[in-house]
Design a protein around this ligand. Structure first.
Ligand code: PAF
Length: 286
């Protein structure tokens, strides 16, 4: 089947066949861009990065049930398949992989990938099975597509840490490429969940990027103490009581363990509820 001229694959066997054919017959490197659909400019940048460095590019569209908690937004997660296919094609995808839940989780499946330690930190602390679901689905996609490179956004920095650890531990061949967070002109990090925000909430959501800017300004003034940096970020939220902080943390990006003193490469990450919408954002300190 094709939509807008881009083939849509539905089974793991089809994706694996496509990838092997592109590599063995055409000599291409394979790029994989895993997504849950509802594509926006952030995803477009991942597809463009894959297009720029790989001979053949697969974009996956799969709303992965195992990374949602029981009271989370799996059922209402935005599903915009036709628009996603149009964007994927426009940005240079050669193929779209859109499997069913049964294809990736065959009936009776009991195998999961758990990255111990990391999976309980940051988002994992408030979303207990989230990273187990992410690690499991990304492993399945990497095994199916056998890519040379897989592309992820820095906005999900904790997810990146989990995926890097998981690919290293399992000795998977794919290089994990991390692309910068794409923001609206006013600073709001692009997210498929921004669609849930009312106009008032959207304005309130700017507190996250504003807080991160405060942190960056302090770092530029040579403040390195995590306590002071996190306090500065918390202050930004004090001005917006409608936004409820889930966490603000300064951590080592590889281990997600808290650090006391920021060094170049430390991750300042946060999550907050704006109304019922949970948003995340972060900055890598320079
Ligand atoms: O970042 C996402 O959209 C998802 O967590 C991912 C990596 C596609 C796995 O479902």
């Amino acid at each position: 089947m094709e939509i807008f001229g881009t083939p849509i694959l539905h089974t793991v066997a089809e994706l694996r066949h496509w990838s092997r054919q592109k590599r063995n017959e055409n000599g291409h490197t394979i790029g994989l861009v895993p997504t849950m659909g509802a594509l926006h400019a952030g995803h477009a940048s991942l597809i463009r990065a894959a297009r720029a460095s790989c001979g053949a590019v697969a974009v996956t569209i799969f709303v992965n049930p195992t990374q949602f908690g029981p009271n989370e937004d799996f059922a209402r997660y935005p599903r915009t398949f036709d628009a996603d296919c149009a964007m994927a094609q426009r940005e240079g995808a050669d193929v779209i992989f859109a499997p069913s839940v049964e294809e990736l989780y065959p009936s009776g499946a009991t195998t999961f990938v758990e990255v111990e330690g990391l999976s309980n930190r940051l988002d994992g602390a408030s979303r207990p099975s989230h990273f187990r679901g992410v690690a499991t689905i990304v492993t399945k996609l990497l095994i199916a597509a056998e890519p040379d490179r897989a592309f992820f956004g820095q906005k999900d920095a904790a997810q990146v840490a989990v995926i890097r650890r998981m690919t290293a531990d399992l000795r998977l061949a794919a290089e994990i490429v991390v692309c910068p967070t794409v923001r609206d002109p006013d600073g709001l990090a692009m997210s498929s969940r921004n669609i849930y925000l009312s106009p008032t909430e959207r304005a309130q959501a700017l507190t996250l990027s504003r807080a991160l800017r405060h942190v960056e300004v302090l770092v530029a003034q040579n403040e390195r103490r995590a306590e002071a940096l996190v306090a500065a970020a918390r202050n930004a939220f004090a001005a917006e009581p409608a936004v409820r902080v889930d966490y603000i943390a300064l951590v080592d990006w590889a281990t997600l363990e808290p650090v006391e003193i920021a060094v170049p490469g430390s991750l300042c990450a946060m999550a907050a509820y704006v109304g019922s919408t949970r948003l995340i954002d972060n900055v890598i300190l320079s």
